[in-house]
Design a protein. Structure first.
Length: 354
């Protein structure tokens, strides 16, 4: 692999759109496409185009490159198989690549933080930044060692980092999925031996009473009686010590308040007062089946019924309906990757009537 692997420009990528590009077996669901790449699934926005399949002139290690617009910014998602000794540890491999490749990039910086990628025993992700033609770029990287070593990257201008969040999360979550399918896998499947764990669940499409908002969620989550007009949806599944809860709350938008301010009001009303509440992070992120809805996504933890739970929430504003919605996923007993797979499938399905 050479340093050109990390450089992105629309003009250069356009030249790679040659007629020889093969058509892989793809599955499309909503606004996302999933394809199988050398034993790994890769999910990316349906609007992205394949720009290289197999080794290319600028990267002999390439397996697949796709690219396209996320918001107003051009992004490239790529999978490579690295030519490294199998006996070399993941940490040594990354240090070697830093010395040989990445450190040669102008303005190279690494966040220095390696986070594990479930369910692989030897897989980590991190982020680097660099400059090209006086423009700052980011590159999210996931190194996966399972016999050979594969590298998943998402590259784009630094200013597009927020918009790239949902693209990266969908790609990262898809790596551990089974073969491409339009059905939802039972999230309890791992580690359980009963027949229920082998079932596939068709997606359930839910639409609000006023027809303004709709989402898709796994049908093994069962709807409960609507609590109030402001608590539009509650769907829950409890099994084998694992809990998944999907809730949608609604509030007035308020002409003089922006989305961030209103989301804080809803957060305080429904969650901040819960026992041991702790906000982990917050970021703006485009969601929806075409990535066209602006949202604020928060991650937090709190305790309920004597149990610590993980909580993800996405806040969107309905300008025409003068409402703000909070789409929330609360889980317990699931690992990070399982929860994020369910979350990605839900927030990428969101539709708001225009």
């Amino acid at each position: 692999m050479n340093k050109n692997h990390a450089l992105v420009s629309a003009a250069a990528l356009a030249l790679l759109n040659n007629a020889w590009l093969a058509v892989a077996a793809d599955e499309t669901n909503g606004g996302w496409t999933t394809t199988l790449v050398d034993g790994l699934n890769l999910t990316y926005p349906k609007s992205f185009q394949k720009t290289a399949i197999g080794p290319s002139s600028d990267n002999k290690d390439n397996l697949l490159k796709v690219s396209g617009l996320a918001g107003a910014s051009y992004l490239e998602l790529a999978v490579s198989k690295l030519d490294l000794p199998q006996e070399m540890s993941l940490e040594t491999s990354i240090k070697s690549l830093d010395e040989i490749v990445f450190s040669k990039l102008p303005g190279f910086k690494s966040n220095g933080f390696l986070r594990s990628v479930s369910p692989y025993k030897r897989a980590v992700e991190r982020e680097i930044t660099f400059k090209h033609a006086d423009i700052e770029f980011f590159q999210k990287q996931a190194f996966i060692k399972n016999g050979d070593t594969k590298l998943l990257t998402l590259t784009g201008p630094l200013k597009s980092q927020a918009a790239a969040g949902s693209v990266w999360q969908a790609a990262l979550s898809s790596l551990s999925s089974p073969a491409p399918t339009t059905t939802f896998q039972n999230p309890y499947g791992a580690g359980t031996q009963n027949k229920a764990s082998e079932r596939h669940y068709l997606p359930e499409r839910w639409t609000s009473k006023d027809g303004r908002l709709s989402i898709t969620f796994p049908s093994n989550l069962k709807e409960k009686v609507q609590v109030s007009d402001d608590h539009c949806l509650q769907a829950v599944q409890e099994e084998a010590g694992k809990v998944i809860g999907l809730d949608i709350y609604r509030g007035e938008s308020g002409d003089d308040l922006n989305l961030g301010q209103i989301s804080e009001i809803l957060e305080e009303k429904y969650f901040s007062t819960l026992k041991d509440y702790q906000k982990i992070k917050e970021e703006p992120r485009p969601i929806g089946d075409s990535g066209s809805l602006s949202s604020i996504v928060r991650e937090s933890t709190f305790e309920t019924n004597g149990r610590k739970v993980h909580h993800l929430s996405a806040y969107i504003k309905d300008e025409k309906g003068a409402k703000v919605y909070a789409i929330c996923l609360t889980t317990a007993g699931l690992n990070h990757n399982e929860a994020n797979q369910i979350w990605s499938s839900i927030i990428t399905s969101v539709r708001l009537k225009q």
